[in-house]
Design a protein around this ligand. Structure first.
Ligand code: P5A
Length: 429
């Protein structure tokens, strides 16, 4: 991608209304544009990150047999009247009317719709277990939208819904999703802290939040420091709690192992048994021809929130530092002196060689050296290849690691070799 064609309205100015780093950096790097309180347009740089996050989520959902669908963003209220949630959901629900005066709502979540699709088609125990998921926009009329897309009113969620024949099956599914969420968040470069939680508006009696540590998080967490180093299978059994549930007197963790920190909730999973299947009459017949109401769970990841949460956990005073797995481009190629033919020939050689192998943002703009260097650090690609008049005479370019800030001089051939030999096999060897 040529930077001269790329729609990334970057800015040096710190926006007045942005309180946390991710909000400032998303605005300054031209990732989002506010339309109304808690409602944002997503611009190309942000979309590239979101699509990488979505791909990782989809791969991990596929691995546990969840199947992708699209429910709708607009739902008839009748489904919610059946489940009993129409009145209880309250003012966060955006209510709509069509031209015939029929009542609709914009989906804040889709338990009812998932149950409706299930009951129409699955009539026998043979159709179980089954799990649907989607990655789709939600609207919640939050009383206090804040921190940019971190707590928006319109936001992108991965939401999954599972149906099992009995509690044992449902627990197995819940545990599989739990482990798959840990894998997903780790692949995104994050350290998830699973915390036992209340199930609130979703109902039910088993629930975990997935928090990531960040000084600007809205939750306060207490946890056993073993959580940061433990294997996946033990995670569910190690202590972590939010401050609402934490009690110093009953806490079993020793003083030296107990950590406290702020967290951002990036995921939340729920087991709620037959709450929706019973209220909405979604039953199947078991082997003996008896009616069984499936045991259900629902599983959410805040996809748009994750973009901000990743920035919160990975930035410095110059800008964003993207983990490689979600970086909008693999590298920025900076041609510091585009009017010097030697620089332009070298830059174009790299750009053309990498085409189809590496995702490159080629800064070919006719702007100052300072602006190019500042934008590259602000936008945060993991690597920068910097080509300037002073080095190119010796056949050299600079390779900068955005995270460590280390800069090494290399020959043009070596820098090409380094990136072209990168292995992309599934084992990531
Ligand atoms: C689980 C999937 C649910 O809605 N129903 C379907 C369940 N859970 S939840 O905890 O309410 O939301 C899931 C995740 O969505 C993110 N999230 C938000 N992101 C940005 N702005 C918001 N206003 C917002 N509200 C929720 C969170 O990451 C949450 O864990």
């Amino acid at each position: 991608m040529l930077f001269s064609n790329f729609f990334a309205p970057t800015s040096k100015d710190v926006p007045a209304n942005a309180e946390i780093a991710s909000h400032v950096l998303m605005l300054r790097s031209g990732m989002i544009s506010q339309t109304a309180s808690g409602i944002y347009c997503w611009l190309p740089l942000a979309v590239r990150v979101m699509e990488k996050i979505e791909k990782i989520i989809c791969e991990e959902q596929d691995r546990i047999g969840a199947q992708k669908v699209y429910f709708t963003t607009v739902q008839p209220v009748s489904l919610w009247i059946e489940s009993g949630r129409y009145d209880s959901y309250g003012k966060e629900m955006l209510r709509l009317k069509d031209r015939k005066d029929n009542d609709f709502l914009y989906s804040p979540t889709n338990e009812e719709q998932a149950t409706d699709v299930f009951r129409k088609y699955v009539k026998s125990y043979r159709g179980l277990p089954v799990m649907f998921y989607q990655i789709h926009w939600k609207f919640r009329d939050e009383i206090r939208p804040r921190f940019g897309v971190m707590r928006g009113r319109e936001f992108l969620m991965k939401d999954g819904y599972s149906f099992d024949i009995d509690f044992a099956g449902a627990k197995k599914t819940y545990d599989a999703v739990f482990r798959s969420y840990v894998r997903t968040f780790r692949r995104l470069g994050l350290t998830p802290i699973p915390v036992q939680a209340d199930s609130g508006a979703m109902g039910g009696n088993m629930s975990h939040e997935f928090q990531i540590l960040a000084a600007t998080g809205e939750s306060t967490l207490y946890y056993d420091k073993k959580l940061l180093t433990t294997s996946d299978d033990e995670l569910m059994t190690i202590f972590a709690a939010t401050d609402e549930k934490f009690d110093h007197k009953t806490c079993q963790v020793s003083e030296k192992d107990l950590m406290s920190s702020k967290g951002i909730e990036v995921g939340h999973i729920f087991y709620f048994g037959t709450k929706y299947s019973k209220s909405m009459g979604a039953f199947v017949l078991n082997k003996n021809g008896e009616k069984i109401y499936p045991e259900m769970g629902s599983y959410g990841i805040g996809v748009s929130r994750l973009v901000a949460a990743i920035i919160e956990s990975s930035h410095d005073d110059r800008g964003i530092i993207w983990p490689e797995s979600v970086a909008p481009f693999d590298l920025t190629l900076l041609n510091l002196h585009p009017r010097d033919d030697r620089c332009t020939i070298a830059a174009e050689k790299i750009y053309e060689t990498f085409c189809g192998h590496q995702e490159v943002l080629y800064d070919n703009r006719d702007v100052s050296v300072g602006e190019k260097l500042a934008d590259a650090d602000l936008m945060g690609m993991p690597w920068q290849i910097i080509i300037g008049s002073s080095n190119i005479g010796d056949g050299l370019v600079e390779l900068k690691n955005r995270k460590t800030k280390e800069i090494v001089k290399m020959s043009l051939e070596n820098v090409i070799g380094k990136f072209m030999s990168k292995c992309y096999c599934p084992q990531n060897c």
